[in-house]
Write a protein that binds this ligand. Structure first.
Ligand code: PLP
Length: 442
């Protein structure tokens, strides 16, 4: 591609979640990938410290997945899932139901995390309505949570910047609990922080305010990922679960980031032991090879909706043209088989102590005000520059890229979440590069 073509193409693509003008002055391009590495168009290798966008859990361009996709697209490129089916979809659903928490064994397919969030919210309302409790339509989300960009997910989400432009057109009937991030009490915690279980009691306050009879569901990320790796304080999830049970409110976990090994088990249930009623997933479901998401639903919730409809009538008026797309399913089946064969979730758990020690070794580096971790995910929080929040984090990301390391940043928080195939020496390289970069910026 010559430079004129590149300039034209740069202008044409309105990039998502990107400072377009800034990026286009100095583009960062990735053109190939294999295993733990990306390659830039000029042949530079970049170690993937964040699994793409928290999604390439098995590493890049894995042969089994590539082959499954190639074969499937040549055999059955598309088949509708509305009033028709194809065998792979049922296989993928069963494979997922085998690793979701016990009882969450009904699977609805979507194409993204955002669609999964909106689907989960609709299922919650449909469930209460099917049981004759149609007043339950309100949702409780949480500050500093991310549930994608569609109107439902955005409304229950708690990111001011995402909400600002659309403030007057949010889903009605949504309230938010406070987030659990507490630097004063919990800075430099390893694993789940000790303080903050009582923050869950804010849910009781909101229930008292709105009355349980109006509330359909509470939705949270069990560990908030994209707002900066915020781990649930010890006892917090248990308290939320019991308050929801007490008031007949469904609990939805958004596991788009926490699913598929990131926390050292299949889902957050395996790490924290708390079971939701509905769970969303996407990203690593098929190693991000083809867009795909899913919602796992407790059987009672599913049955209540299905059995309320007259025989022969559609039970839930919802679905996407590409729900259970055959090529996405082929990628998912190959991915789930690979996770199993290589025991990648267990690998994440067994690498976690090494990963924890490596990230916490950054304590004391200039401007580092917190470090937190669990499984194969870590957040490193930098003090914001006076009047320039986010600048230090952005500079760190750009400098790391210059040194051949890809990381994610949220404001001044650096997030590290490598593919689960990461090697010991690569963990060392990730954190020594970050330490060097962070120490070098003002
Ligand atoms: C927890 C969570 N939910 C939902 C989403 C949205 O997923 P998508 O970008 O696939 O729509 C994300 C994306 O990062 C996420 O982290």
């Amino acid at each position: 591609m010559d430079m004129t073509d590149l300039q034209q193409d740069l202008a044409s693509f309105w990039m998502p979640y990107t400072a377009n003008r800034q990026f286009k002055q100095a583009p960062r391009l990735l053109s190939e990938a294999k295993g733990m590495f990306y390659k830039t168009p000029d042949g530079r290798e970049v170690l993937d410290g964040c699994a793409g966008l928290w999604c390439v859990a098995a590493g890049h361009c894995r042969e089994e997945i590539v082959k499954a996709v190639q074969e499937q697209v040549a055999r059955l490129d598309f088949a509708p899932s509305f009033q028709m089916g194809h065998p792979l979809a049922f296989e993928t659903a069963s494979r997922l139901a085998a690793i979701t928490p016990p009882g969450l064994n009904r699977i609805f397919f979507t194409n993204s995390g955002s669609e999964s969030a909106d689907t989960a919210l609709k299922i919650a309302i449909a469930y209460h309505r099917a049981r004759g409790d149609s007043g339950r339509t309100r949702f409780i989300g949480r500050e500093r949570s991310y549930h994608g960009v569609n109107f439902g997910g955005m409304s229950v989400g708690g990111i001011p910047g995402n909400r600002k432009t659309f403030g007057n057109v949010m889903l009605p009937g949504v309230d938010h609990m406070p987030h659990t991030h507490d630097l004063k009490r919990n800075a430099f915690s390893k694993g789940q922080p000790a303080h903050g279980a009582e923050i869950a009691d804010e849910l009781e306050r909101l229930v008292a305010l709105h009355d349980a009879s109006n509330i359909a569901a509470v939705i949270i990320e069990p560990m908030a990922g994209s707002t900066g790796v915020l781990l649930p304080p010890k006892g917090y999830l248990e308290r939320l679960r019991s308050i929801c049970d007490k008031h007949g409110i469904l609990l939805i976990f958004d596991e788009v980031i926490t699913g598929f090994g990131r926390l050292g088990g299949a889902f957050s249930y395996d790490a924290f032991g708390v079971k939701p009623d509905i769970m969303t997933m996407a990203k690593a479901i098929n190693n991000a090879t083809i867009p795909m998401g899913a919602v796992a639903i407790k059987q009672e919730v599913h049955d209540a909706i299905i059995n309320a409809a007259p025989e022969g009538g559609m039970e839930f008026m919802h679905g996407y043209t590409y729900s259970a797309h055959p090529v996405a399913c082929a990628a998912a089946n190959a991915t789930l088989a690979l996770y199993e064969r290589e025991q990648l979730f267990q690998r994440a758990a067994s690498l976690a102590p090494k990963f924890e020690a490596a990230v916490h070794a950054l304590k004391g580096v200039k401007n580092v005000i917190d470090i937190r971790n669990f499984g194969l995910v870590a957040g490193i929080e930098l003090a914001p520059r006076e009047g320039q929040a986010g600048k230090r984090g952005y500079e760190a990301m750009v400098k790391c890229f210059g040194k051949g390391l890809l990381i994610r940043t949220t404001g001044d928080i650096l997030a590290v979440s490598p593919p689960l195939i990461v090697e010991d020496a690569q963990i060392d390289r990730i954190f020594s590069t970050i330490a060097e970069v962070v120490a070098s910026i003002d």
